[in-house]
Design a protein around this ligand. Structure first.
Ligand SMILES: Nc1ncnc2c1ncn2[C@@H]1O[C@H](COP(=O)(O)OP(=O)(O)OP(=O)(O)O)[C@@H](O)[C@H]1O
Length: 361
């Protein structure tokens, strides 16, 4: 039986052009390599799972093979990866420094990738300073970290710093679509959108959520199946809550909120989502701001229809009330009541933004 390889490993980019969402960095690195201006110490910083280790590996290969992009011709033996989370002592760094002195047997450079570098002990950092400042010509250090603020300034000032960005929902979605296509998996646009959103800026997470969902849904990813599997509150819930608000149907609203809690969702998450839903409706009202709406294709239609039913005043007041509830939530002794009250207040806003009577309760 063929062994299953997780998508995050299987689809690790092999060239800079395959790296998604980090154009500024990959271009700078390419230019530096081509113009022979690559610093000997680089710091890759940014959230987890956005391509730091991947770019370090591509860079390592590229500087040993300028102008040659074949991922199969690997100079992997010139790349040394140290996980500073588990090798953080002075001795670990001294071992590394001893190795650094020896020139590579083939290729021009030895590349040392030190992952999670913020975990090095302060003694280890100090032992490292001198080598970092005056490394042998054949050595390039790539330090990677998710927590730049924990790196001492003396190290920072010796490195060229590259700030990796979170992956946008749009970029993550496009990448997932390519991965799905190459695996022969069909999908609804909204299904990938939900996965990309859930990944919260990390491509590795997007790919592992994708794997999980595929093992649940099979080769056809529908919005409904993905919503069920990931247990997310999707836009349909917010659309129907908003309809109830517009119709001032308070008993139905309280029952709907009860259902949401019964399904295990958190009230705080719900109320923050409702505020975002109003914001999305607001930007859907005019073509000029439609590009600010980050939702899937099916959702976009529904937003358009609901946006027409809501006045700008309703939405502005709605955002204000929901935000206020969001801020008070953590401190409240009775969080359920707080959200229920918020829903009742929202239902009492008239289409034109005036208060209506709480007549339906
Ligand atoms: N920008 C990206 N483009 C395409 N795939 C990516 C990107 N970033 C991450 N990935 C995917 O996620 C996997 C893990 O990425 P990588 O190890 O480079 O992340 P990282 O930023 O070093 O994370 P960490 O800080 O957790 O080590 C890769 O194998 C790849 O499949």
């Amino acid at each position: 039986m063929e062994q299953f390889v997780v998508s995050a490993r299987k689809y690790r980019p092999q060239t800079f052009k395959d790296v998604v969402g980090q154009k500024a960095i990959t271009n700078t690195l390419l230019n530096a390599i081509e113009s022979n201006h690559l610093a000997s110490a680089l710091l890759f910083t940014g959230p987890r799972g956005v391509g730091k280790t991947t770019c370090a590996r591509i860079l390592a290969r590229k500087i040993n093979q300028p102008g040659y992009d074949d991922p199969n011709e690997d100079f992997a033996f010139n790349v040394f990866e140290l996980d500073a989370a588990s090798n953080n002592s002075v001795d670990d760094i001294r071992n590394l420094i001893d190795q650094v002195r020896i020139p590579p047997q083939t290729g021009q450079y030895k590349v040392y990738i030190i992952d999670e570098v913020h975990m090095l002990s302060s003694a280890a950092f100090n032992a490292f300073l001198k080598t970092l400042e005056e490394p042998p010509k054949h050595a390039i250090f790539i330090l990677a970290t998710t927590e730049k603020h924990k790196i001492i300034p003396t190290i920072l000032s010796r490195c060229q710093i590259f700030d990796f960005k979170r992956i946008t929902v749009k970029d993550a979605k496009e990448h997932l679509a390519d991965v799905a296509q190459s695996q022969g998996i069909s999908f609804e646009d909204d299904a990938l959108h939900i996965i990309a959103q859930k990944a919260d800026g990390a491509m590795r997470d997007a790919l592992s959520i994708f794997d999980r969902v595929v093992s649940y849904c099979g080769t056809n990813l529908t919005r409904q199946a993905v919503t069920e599997n990931l247990n997310v509150l999707d836009y349909e819930t917010y659309v129907s809550i908003t309809d109830l608000l517009l119709e001032n149907k308070i008993p139905e609203l309280l029952l709907a909120y009860n259902d949401i809690l019964a399904k295990g969702f958190d009230g705080h998450h719900f109320i923050a989502g409702l505020a975002s839903h109003f914001r999305d409706l607001l930007v859907s009202k005019t073509p000029a701001t439609l590009s600010l709406l980050e939702v899937g294709e099916q959702a976009q239609q529904m937003y358009g229809i609901q946006a027409q039913k809501c006045s700008q005043n309703f939405l502005l007041q709605g955002i204000d009330i929901a935000n206020d509830c969001d801020l008070k939530y953590k401190l409240s002794q009775n969080q359920r009541l707080l959200v229920e009250l918020c829903l009742m207040q929202l239902a009492s806003i008239n289409f034109d933004g005036e208060k209506k009577k709480l007549s339906n309760l």
